[in-house]
Design a protein around this ligand. Structure first.
Ligand code: ATP
Length: 287
């Protein structure tokens, strides 16, 4: 076990942002915190990265209890913050070399360039990168010290689907190399696609955790019928954004009911982690 957290609490004045959460991260896995804005994801990872102070609780790294996240831990972890400001006038390779210089050991910046697919941008200035390229550079910086555990805080927020998939591929190569990844996200597909273990977090608490497919199974959700939100459909199920989500065990009778109301463009699908979240909290992940 590479990381273990017991009863972690964080207060910001009167606000209790973390209400005593516990979890552990196994070596070589992708571990994910899935939750909406304000759930406490960034607070948790930034405490673990040594960037914020905990209020209460215990943290164990590499099998040992730690009070302060000092340099010896920081050499062994990698960090990709939610927002990273880089020097706009430096080139991509200069940026990688600069960050490599912060650590005693690490990877060759050229190898990192290749892993994140930016060879052609080696000599481009940071200010001229696209959003997706910039984020891949930021990701590259997070493992320049060849860490055992890499924290990625919402690494694909705001990216287009193609850039997002590119980043997912890079995350999966970390796993193939035996690295451990701690990923926070509010994208259900991201957690479902990548994570070995997902903790669903809301309001400073872990509501449920486990393998994505197990969480879906345990939820008891059978089939989901999704219809557009309008005056006819509004009372059929839970409203999420512009849709009404109907959970059913008898798909035939639900479809009949929907069609009787004159609703035609419905979708029948398997439940997802988003539906699990909805069932447990009564709200959508992106409310
Ligand atoms: P997001 O996806 O929006 O980043 P999150 O799950 O990472 O959300 P946090 O940023 O950890 O959530 O915030 C948890 C709660 O703590 C929120 O209610 C937030 O407003 C509050 N909070 C976070 N940082 C501070 C701070 N420095 N001072 C006061 N309150 C804070």
């Amino acid at each position: 076990m590479i990381l273990k957290v017991r009863n972690l609490e964080k207060r910001y004045g009167k606000l209790q942002a973390l209400k005593g959460i516990s979890f552990q991260v196994e070596e070589g896995t992708i571990f994910s915190f899935l939750g909406p804005n304000g759930a406490g994801k960034t607070t948790t990872v930034e405490i673990l990265e040594g960037l914020r102070y905990k209020t209460l609780g215990e943290i164990y790294y590499f099998g040992r209890k730690v009070e302060k996240i000092g340099p010896e831990i920081k050499e062994r972890i990698g960090v990709c913050l939610q927002k990273t400001e880089l020097f706009k006038e430096l080139t991509v390779i200069e940026t990688l070399k600069l960050f490599r210089g912060f650590y005693r050991k690490g990877l060759d910046p050229k190898d990192v360039l290749e892993i994140v697919g930016l060879q052609e941008k080696e000599k481009s200035r940071v200010k001229n990168l696209s959003g997706g390229q910039y984020q891949r550079l930021v990701l590259g910086l997070s493992f320049i010290n060849d860490p055992e555990l890499i924290f990625l805080d919402e690494p694909t927020t705001g990216l287009d689907p193609q850039s997002r998939r590119h980043i997912w591929d890079i995350i999966l190569t970390f796993k193939k190399q035996g690295k451990t990844v701690f990923l926070t996200t509010h994208y259900m597909e991201e957690a479902e696609r990548l994570a070995d273990v997902v903790c669903i977090i809301d309001n400073g608490e872990i509501i449920v955790s486990g393998k994505p497919e197990e969480l879906i199974k345990q939820s008891g959700l059978k089939v989901i019928v999704e219809v557009p939100k309008n005056a006819k459909s509004i009372n059929l199920g839970e409203i999420v954004e512009d849709k009404v989500i109907i959970e059913t065990e008898n798909v035939n009778s639900t479809i009949q009911e929907v069609m009787n109301l004159g609703i035609e463009n419905f979708v029948v699908r398997h439940p997802t982690l988003e539906d699990v979240f909805l069932k447990l909290t009564g709200k959508g992940l992106r409310d």
